[in-house]
Design a protein around this ligand. Structure first.
Ligand SMILES: Cc1cc2nc3c(=O)[nH]c(=O)nc-3n(C[C@H](O)[C@H](O)[C@H](O)COP(=O)(O)OP(=O)(O)OC[C@H]3O[C@@H](n4cnc5c(N)ncnc54)[C@H](O)[C@@H]3O)c2cc1C
Length: 528
């Protein structure tokens, strides 16, 4: 099937080929298609397989970046946050966050107050407010912080990163863009010195297929040095892949109803504990990534201990331990290398390189995806004068029809969530839902009907596509939701069209991915 689609693509004349199906590539496709370019996106694994399903899930300004003087990043991030939260209701929600204040730490307090003042100035809206000690204690009754004197409440957007990527892709397709997953680009097609297309590996042919395009843009995240190597005159890597990892807890064990920012007890690096889709996430680390880039990133035992230390230090009465972690997830940030000794000191700004007519995007954030995409397309403007890139950026999503009432079987919040995640398709999903499937998968905010819909309509090639990125079952349930597998199979196997043998192979593959990359790794030297 995929080979046929690629052969079909190879027979066409494209204006633009985008390599990489994370949020950046999806956004480039969306903006290019909006401008009428015949555009094709190729993703080597699954859409959002890279950092775009493994982020901290914040659509945020980034207070840390402001404190580091990365004013440009904060400016664009806050502006984008305001735009996205307005446009992507049901997909991004503004969440209250507490920054605790402690006695005797005046310098910290001045810095954070100044940062939040600038935030609000850029947003053109006052989000921040002070919280007295009693209010902080009421909101976080288990918080143990002897020198606490109160806090500041501010707001950031929280999203489902993988679904945001899929939603942007959905819009890109609606505007005429084509996106294919499991289509690895293994080389560039050149005419003379200039890049004029890509070579894609297929399962049906030994030789890669050539797909020609007037312009190629690599939105390949932390893998960008690999693509650039085909054209780069300097062979030095420009990226510094930095791994970040998270722990996921059951809310019963870690009862947190609002996000709290906490400095690590040893190195004072800020992290967060946040509610997410019925669970609680603790994040994150920021370390040089020396694992094999062809494999999914995995948390290390050291990172587990580091993140646990924060929880144990601030919530000692809860007696949280490794046994309470239900899942983990790790991703690799595509950060541009400046040689800073501290990984967290590296800028999170994006860079666009233009070499032999290949445009490559480095760095950036989830939050600023539209800004990054427009910047990259700007470099191709001379080739496509019809592109309208000046003036305020257009809306990213078409809004669902407001006259559609809330279906009887759903709450208003559930309906908004579905519309945010699936756009127009939400109505069709509800209409097609089998009796009993508009109910929640226990421990999550996901409906059983979502699994069926995604299995039938969202390019699922493997079970992990469905359970880790179309829905987030794999990071929300212990052992990737193994105990629900019979029900998942009953509902989705017909829509996937897989014979029993294929189902068994897919289930085994998925559970192994969960074990290796989304679980708690054994402590070195233990028998586990
Ligand atoms: C732990 C962590 C926490 C983060 N938290 C936040 C946050 O809270 N807020 C925020 O704004 N940002 C955050 N970020 C940053 C954000 O996630 C990334 O900047 C963003 O997702 C990058 O998107 P991308 O599309 O550029 O890269 P990716 O999502 O990595 O996508 C690149 C894609 O290119 C594909 N690809 C690579 N090579 C090829 C090839 N040869 N052929 C075809 N496809 C190829 C890959 O498979 C991959 O899917 C975080 C990142 C991490 C890792």
């Amino acid at each position: 099937m995929r080979s046929q689609a690629l052969e079909l693509a190879a027979g066409q004349a494209w204006d633009l080929v985008v390599i990489g199906g994370g949020i950046t590539g999806a956004s480039v496709l969306r903006e290019a298609a909006r401008s009428g370019l015949r555009s094709l996106l190729l993703e080597q694994r699954d859409f959002a397989w890279g950092a775009s399903s493994r982020s901290g899930k914040w659509v945020h300004g980034g207070l840390r970046y402001l404190q580091q003087g990365q004013m440009n990043v904060t400016w664009h991030s806050v502006r984008q946050r305001e735009k996205l939260c307005h446009e992507l209701t049901g997909l991004i929600d503004m969440q209250p966050m507490l920054w605790p204040l402690y006695k005797g730490q005046l310098a910290d307090e001045v810095l954070i107050r100044a940062g939040l003042f600038v935030y609000d100035l850029i947003a053109g809206k006052r989000w921040r407010r002070s919280m007295p000690l009693a209010a902080v204690q009421q909101a976080f009754p288990d918080l143990h912080a002897p020198h606490l004197k109160g806090g500041i409440c501010f707001y950031e957007g929280q999203t489902d990163d993988a679904r945001m990527t899929l939603r942007v892709l959905q819009e890109a397709r609606k505007a005429g863009g084509v996106a294919l997953n499991y289509a690895p680009v293994v080389g560039l097609h050149r005419e003379g010195n200039l890049v004029r297309g890509v070579q894609v590996a297929t399962s049906s042919a030994q030789e890669p297929l050539r797909i020609q395009a007037k312009q190629v843009i690599a939105a390949t995240g932390a893998w960008s040095d690999g693509i650039r190597a085909h054209v780069a005159h300097d062979k030095n890597s420009r990226l510094r892949p930095l791994r970040g990892s998270h722990l996921v807890f059951d809310r019963v064990r870690l009862p947190i109803d609002a996000t709290i920012v906490l400095k690590h007890p040893r190195d004072r690096r800020p992290g967060f504990i946040a509610p997410f889709q019925g669970r609680v996430i603790v994040g994150n680390t920021d370390l040089d990534h020396d694992q094999d880039m062809r494999k999914e990133a995995s948390i290390t035992p050291w990172e587990v201990d580091y993140l646990l230390e924060t929880v144990q230090h601030y919530f000692p009465a809860l007696q949280i331990g490794r046994q309470d972690i239900i899942a983990t997830f790790s991703g690799v940030r595509p950060v541009v290398d400046s040689g800073a000794s501290d990984p967290s000191a590296e800028s999170r700004d994006h860079v666009v390189w233009h070499e032999d007519e290949l445009i490559t995007i480095g760095g950036g954030k989830l939050t600023t995806f539209q800004h990054i995409a427009l910047d990259a397309l700007q470099r191709a403007k001379a080739k496509f004068p019809q592109m309208k890139l000046d003036g305020p950026p257009g809306p990213i999503l078409t809004q669902p029809n407001p006259s559609l009432g809330v279906p009887d079987s759903l709450s208003a919040a559930q309906w908004q969530r579905l519309q945010g995640r699936y756009g127009d398709a939400a109505s069709a999903m509800v209409l097609a839902a089998e009796p009993g499937t508009l109910t929640l998968i226990p421990g999550t905010e996901t409906l059983w009907a979502e699994l069926v819909w995604c299995a039938a309509h969202e390019d699922v090639q493997h079970l992990d596509d469905l359970l880790l990125r179309r829905t987030r079952i794999g990071i929300l349930l212990a052992e990737g939701g193994r105990s629900y597998m019979p029900r998942i199979r009953e509902l989705t196997q017909p829509a996937l069209g897989w014979a029993d043998d294929q189902w068994h192979a897919e289930e085994a593959r998925y559970l192994e991915i969960c074990r290796q990359h989304y679980s708690v790794p054994p402590v070195p030297g233990s028998d586990a």
